[in-house]
Design a binder for this molecule. Structure first.
Ligand code: AMP
Ligand code: MG
Length: 486
């Protein structure tokens, strides 16, 4: 079965010191049923889609059968959740192994919602169907938008109910990631491991994600530098599409630079720096406009964990770490400006671009403009469709923008093409996602979700069928809210 399915595991994480994991099998479920499989991803991983769709295939995704070569384990990690440090670990997830693709790439295959582990604390180790489908939809949308992310390979229902505020159908999501190493994994090592454990973890992270720095003068300092670079790039990409992660706890920040943990995340409709969706984020810690600040805060926690490896002299280690952390703001800004210039059809760099971009953001904020649709209106030369059309601010801003475009050698057509390739025609709008989930979970009708996934898979193609996915939700008296602990 394994051979035909294409599973090809090599489990390097299981060779790390024992403190980093607990060998744990998933807990079998009563009646697994495959409700979604990601065929292109399966093929890219070297898996046989038809085999995966069989009863035996679904049994693997449910945790009922362990494929040959798998070494199921739950990972230990810690994390700052809303600023408070705690011991965490995979409370409801099991890494079944690392799939080596036909190209020789390595990906973690993790079951999420697969039962209790030694790190479950009070939890049941399970997940509900709605949130697992939601992670599937949003992570795949992020991938199509060109944003580094964990992927979703499959969702199975378990045939069992789980208890939340009500009874909900249970499900298991198969998550695929460059790795599940987190800032919190290093915090765990620094707090509960020995210095050798910490070094082993850092060496492992370097080998797996940043092999080019293995021979660097101070590889651990280079590791910090590389993670800072990747996170600055990642968070800039979030800002550019209006993605709000919602729970940027240190255990939800990867070392690889992939977006992870689609809990209370959502895309912003109206541009507002203060946008939060998470029901428990009362202080706005993880608000849209605060994501870069939280990013660097989390990276400071990584730096702290790495201190003993950076230099034998603690003061010197702190100085080195601070230097690297101070680069974050500039790196973030450079990535953000590069993306924003493209969204505005600008090819080269000018000093005044920052002011031009800030001017647009201010207008969007003041007039409550829809973020995605504003850029679409500008792309297709329909300023009359923006919320600020006809205002003196817009007239002034537009003059500056047109003059700016005129000062580059590329033609208007080139600019428009750049804008089409940089401004998504469609994002997973909350009301659309909810509608798809409701049909699937309440009626067992997956067609709404399939259509949504289809349009979300090509966000930079501006085809007529995308139009209806650009419409805003009907005005509601309640702000959209998402929930943790799903
Ligand atoms: P998350 O909010 O998904 O990042 O999860 C935070 C921590 O809580 C992680 O250690 C999860 O493994 C754990 N957790 C979340 N839900 C459950 C659950 N139902 N049972 C056990 N642990 C859970
Ligand atoms: Mg998490």
């Amino acid at each position: 079965m394994t051979k035909k399915s294409g599973w090809n595991f090599d489990n390097s994480y299981a060779r790390l010191p024992k403190v980093f994991f607990s060998n744990t099998n998933p807990t079998p479920v009563s009646a697994p049923e495959l409700v979604k499989i990601n065929e292109p991803l399966a093929a890219a991983l070297g898996l046989n889609v038809e085999e995966l769709k069989s009863e035996d295939g679904a049994a693997v995704f449910a945790g009922n059968s362990i494929p040959e070569g798998a070494t199921p384990l739950a990972q230990a990690y810690a994390g700052h959740q809303f600023g408070h440090f705690t011991m965490l670990g995979d409370g409801r997830a099991v890494l079944i192994g690392e799939q080596i693709t036909p190209q020789g790439d390595r990906f973690d295959i993790q079951l999420k919602g697969s039962g209790r582990t030694p790190y479950s604390r009070g939890g049941d180790g399970r997940a509900a169907l709605g949130p697992m489908l939601r992670e599937y939809i949003i992570s795949e949308a992020m991938h199509a938008l060109g944003i580094p992310t964990t992927r979703s390979l499959a969702v199975v229902t378990t045939g069992e109910e789980i208890t939340r505020e009500t009874y909900l159908p249970g499900a298991v999501l198969t998550r695929v990631a460059a790795s599940h190493l987190r800032v919190g994994t290093f915090q765990y090592a620094a707090r509960w491991g020995s210095i050798d454990d910490l070094r082993a973890l850092a060496d492992y992270a370097i080998k797996r994600h940043y092999p080019a720095i293995e021979k660097a003068e101070n590889p651990y300092l280079s590791l910090l530098e590389e993670v800072i670079k990747r996170q600055a790039m990642l968070i800039a990409k979030w800002q550019l599409v209006g993605f709000i992660h919602g729970v940027m706890n240190t255990d939800n920040m990867t070392i690889s630079g992939e977006t992870i943990d689609y809990g209370p995340c959502a895309f912003m409709d109206k541009f507002d720096l203060a946008t939060v969706f998470s029901s428990i984020d009362r202080e706005g810690r993880y608000a849209y406009g605060n994501q870069p600040n939280i990013g660097v805060w989390n990276l400071a926690r990584l730096a702290e964990a790495l201190l003993p490896l950076l230099d034998d002299n603690e003061e010197q280690a702190v100085t080195l770490a601070q230097e690297k952390l101070s680069d974050f703001a500039g790196l973030f800004k450079a990535n953000y400006l590069e993306g924003m210039r493209a969204k505005l059809g600008i090819f080269n760099e000018e000093e005044q671009d920052t002011a031009l971009i800030e001017g647009l953001n201010k207008m969007m904020q003041k007039y409550g403009a829809d973020y995605t649709n504003t850029f679409l209106a500008l792309t297709f030369d329909k300023p009359e469709e923006t919320a600020f059309f006809g205002t003196s601010e817009f007239n002034e801003w537009n003059e500056l923008w047109q003059a700016r475009l005129g000062r580059q050698k590329e033609s208007k057509e080139n600019s428009q093409e750049l804008m089409r390739n940089s401004n998504p025609s469609v994002i997973p709008r909350n009301h659309r996602v909810e509608e798809a989930l409701e049909a699937a979970v309440e009626e067992g009708d997956y067609s709404v979700m399939e259509r949504l996934l289809e349009v979300l898979s090509s966000p930079y193609e501006h085809t007529p069928e995308k139009k209806e996915y650009c419409t805003l939700p009907a005005p509601s008296t309640h702000p959209y809210r998402t929930f943790c602990g799903t």
